[in-house]
Design a protein around this ligand. Structure first.
Ligand SMILES: Cc1ncc(COP(=O)(O)O)c(C=O)c1O
Length: 390
């Protein structure tokens, strides 16, 4: 069993989560439970693969090896029962960069791109930066889980003449693992309105039983014709800094358009360490991941128990996947700024402000639980302190 309890010092490593945070909020001694990376050490065989490459001493231009493709294909087949042929796999330097490439490849300036509300905040930013229109469709909360109102989604597509939909599966920040039935409905709705789909599946390996993850392309064989899937080993194995990801594009026309934008921007050469880390993770990471999932579930229980007994006004959306928890602070009736200030200035704890994920995120916060249990407990105590009378 991997020991995830060890507390590592991350300050002084130029970490966004630990170092940029104090400058950003102009406060000292903040405890960061925000940016989605983990405070756990990378599995040693993955580090060894990168170290051994560096130790051979020459770091010239490299290409993606056959063994890398094979590692990706084997992982996808074994973990997700997904068969992806070699030519459908394109490497890239991140899922968000790939979202940008896809937007440029498949839409024109001024086109409408649909996203859920709330959803991972860079989606809206990338759409806007590329001068496309952001159309938000609100998720609804039923029995403590996000659900899709398909009638409203259809209305949003028709009213705005949507060209592209960005799906987040599993959903960040809600931790929903969309069911095969939901994916089928999404696919059918988009197909009937000629809407292309980007399925961001970066959290696909962070799933808690009994939830079952279905890769969008497996929900129905025809979905491969009008969708692209983006994923990476970086979220699962805490390798975000090596900037590597994959796009699975089966449709040859969609693939050619994606490659064309990569070439226009000269983004075809991928960082060597990124490629090596991805291969090593998929080859050696399975048991480490099994242990990680057990630890994350323990941390989820810690949050549930703590909030129930110490902060019963905070409502928790229990995640089916990801290491993120969506917390509802609306019972405190604070503005988003007041809520953030309380946590940061009084409690000295940093969560992601819910409003950054879309208007539906107002009065919510996203908590990152991928840290040692002791760090998490300290963060929860700080949250409690934020709301105590002076
Ligand atoms: C849904 C989702 N997509 C993409 C990313 C980032 O991907 P990358 O670092 O490969 O750009 C994240 C990171 O948290 C995420 O949650």
């Amino acid at each position: 069993m991997v020991n995830f309890d060890h507390v590592y010092e991350r300050k002084g490593t130029n970490s966004v989560k630990w170092d940029a945070v104090n400058k950003m909020y102009k406060e000292d001694d903040l405890l960061p439970l925000w940016v989605a990376d983990m405070d756990f050490k990378v599995h040693q065989p993955i580090l060894d693969a990168m170290i051994s490459y560096i130790n051979q001493g020459i770091l010239g231009y490299t290409t993606s090896s056959d063994s890398l493709y094979e590692a990706v294909q084997t992982w996808q087949k074994k973990k997700h029962n997904y068969i992806v042929e070699k030519e459908a796999i394109l490497f890239s330097s991140g899922v968000v960069p790939s979202v940008a490439i896809a937007i440029q490849a498949y839409t024109e300036v001024g086109d409408a791109v649909l996203i859920h509300d709330p959803v991972y905040h860079p989606f809206a930013k990338v759409i806007k930066k590329n001068k496309r229109r952001v159309i938000r469709h609100s998720l609804i909360e039923v029995d403590g889980k996000f659900q899709i109102d398909f009638e409203k989604m259809k209305e949003a597509i028709q009213t705005n003449d949507v060209k592209l939909f960005i799906l987040c599966n599993p959903h960040n920040p809600g931790g929903r693992v969309w069911s095969i039935e939901e994916l089928k409905k999404i696919g059918e709705l988009c197909a009937s309105h000629n809407v292309l789909i980007i399925s961001d599946e970066i959290h696909q390996d962070l799933i808690f039983t009994p939830a079952e993850f279905t890769t969008f392309n497996n929900a129905d064989p025809s979905f491969k014709d009008f969708s692209i899937t983006l994923t990476a080993a970086t979220k699962t194995f805490n390798l975000a800094g090596i900037k590597n990801s994959m796009a699975f594009i089966h449709n040859t026309e969609l693939r050619a358009k994606f490659c064309n934008i990569q070439e226009i921007n000269q983004q075809t050469e991928i960082n060597t360490i990124g490629l090596l880390g991805t291969e090593a993770a998929y080859r050696c990471g399975e048991e480490w991941l099994d242990d990680l999932l057990i630890y994350l579930q323990k941390n989820i229980s810690t949050v549930e128990k703590f909030l129930q007994s110490e902060m019963p006004l905070v409502k928790i959306m229990k995640p089916e996947g990801t290491y993120l928890i969506w917390l509802d602070f609306s019972a405190y009736a604070l503005s988003d700024k007041e809520l953030e200030n309380k946590l940061i200035k009084k409690g000295k704890v940093v969560l992601n402000s819910g409003i950054s994920f879309g208007p539906k995120g107002s009065q919510h916060m996203r908590l990152n639980i991928a840290c040692p249990n002791a760090t998490l407990l300290e963060g929860l105590e700080r949250m409690k302190k934020s709301f105590q009378a002076d």
